[in-house]
Design a protein around this ligand. Structure first.
Ligand code: ADP
Length: 366
């Protein structure tokens, strides 16, 4: 099968007066497993449905395999879509559900049988052809929906929150299955999710969407390590983001966090080379890079320390997540849990240590 790219060029779409997509640009490479990640209402499904041909852009271009398809009707696009609800026919057997699209396309009986069998094998349901959808578990129904779509051998596979109807354990298992299936088929796949873990664990690359605007595109590690703004930083993992003023530039950047203290960013920290004295920036750092020390203990001088008060703590098993009030801000700090150690109690004074190499500076738009 020929692998194709999918490209959106400056796509705009409105429902009445509501602008839902505002200049979306993205290029999905041939054979890629690509995630559209964003909160509810950010326009993910709208974009997916637009690629499928169910929505029409008010401006912009859509290309598959380098060719414009804006005017091609959905059923002629060679794109398969799996809906969140699966939309299986309840009165038909699994076999007939999977065969449906081939019957519609008047595929000859011998070939049809072969392709349905192959699709059911692919999703591990070859023994279940005679069952009705309601005799299957949620995960199995999901696989039927997938088989029914891939049997058509579309050039592009679109998945709209494909795992959201499944419980947590099954979701984790199915996302690995989905990825394995995609790898076997090698088909360019775009899937929509609001679950960052799902996107991070499966996608080759992803686009983070907020209010109809693509905030950033990259591999999960790129987005995690080098988020371009606080939205991405907090959507892909958790990030502490504190407004700061650059008070001095030596090698490192000295950052005054009003009412809280001083931090330092390493000379080569992301965003640091551009930060001149006097600039307003956002000092950001991950919870796992914060060291929590009680006031009596020695403090490593390689780190910058901010004084604060424990607001609350959550025991997460392998770690304890603290929320610490520091001036007007709340800093999230994760500490590895050691068996038998009690979390630091709320209202306790603590110091938070952050190493300059763990600070990255984001642009402040205030
Ligand atoms: P997501 O998939 O990210 O949750 P959607 O693409 O479903 O977001 O929706 C984006 C925005 O468009 C939302 O504000 C939603 O209310 C609105 N919207 C979606 N479909 C319609 C529609 N058919 N008519 C009017 N508004 C819609």
């Amino acid at each position: 099968m020929k692998k194709v790219s999918v490209e959106c060029r400056n796509i705009y779409l409105s429902y009445g007066k509501t602008d839902v997509l505002k200049g979306v640009n993205l290029l999905v490479h041939p054979g890629e497993f690509f995630a559209l990640l964003g909160p509810s209402g950010s326009g993910k499904s709208t974009l997916l449905r637009l690629i499928a041909g169910f929505n029409r852009a008010s401006r912009g271009e859509l290309l598959v395999g380098g060719k414009r398809i804006d005017d091609v009707p959905p059923d002629a696009r060679d794109i398969g879509m799996v809906f969140q609800s699966y939309a299986l026919w309840p009165h038909m057997s699994v076999w007939d559900n999977v065969a449906f699209g081939l019957v519609e396309r008047r595929v000859a009986r011998g070939e049809l049988r072969e392709r349905v069998q192959k699709a059911l094998d692919l999703v591990g349901l070859s023994e279940f052809g005679a069952r009705r959808p309601n005799q299957l578990s949620g995960g199995q129904q999901q696989r039927v929906a997938l088989a029914r779509t891939v049997v058509i051998e579309p050039q592009v596979l679109l998945l709209d929150e494909p795992l959201s109807n499944l419980d947590k354990n099954l979701r984790v298992q199915m996302r690995q299955e989905l990825l394995a299936l995609q790898r076997r088929l090698g088909i360019t796949t775009i899937f929509v999710t609001h679950d960052q873990e799902e996107a991070m664990t499966t996608a080759d690359r992803m686009a983070v969407l907020d209010r109809g605007i693509v905030q950033q595109i990259g591999s999960p590690a790129e987005l995690y390590d080098l988020p371009v703004n606080p939205f991405v930083a907090n959507f892909v993992g958790t990030m502490n983001v504190l407004p700061a003023t650059v008070t001095r530039r030596t090698d490192a950047a000295e950052l005054l966090i009003a009412g809280a203290g001083v931090l330092y960013a390493a000379p080569d920290a992301p965003g640091a080379p551009e930060a001149a004295t006097g600039a307003l920036v956002l000092a950001s750092f991950r919870p796992q890079h914060v060291r929590v020390a009680d006031p009596g203990s020695a403090r490593d001088q390689a780190l910058a320390w901010l004084g604060g008060t424990v607001k609350s703590s959550e025991f997460l098993g392998e770690m304890v997540r603290y929320h610490v009030s520091v001036g007007d801000y709340v800093v999230v700090a994760d500490q590895a849990h050691e068996a038998g150690r009690r979390p630091i109690a709320p209202t306790s004074p603590v110091f938070l240590g952050i190493h300059p190499r763990h600070i990255r500076l984001l642009e402040s738009h205030d």
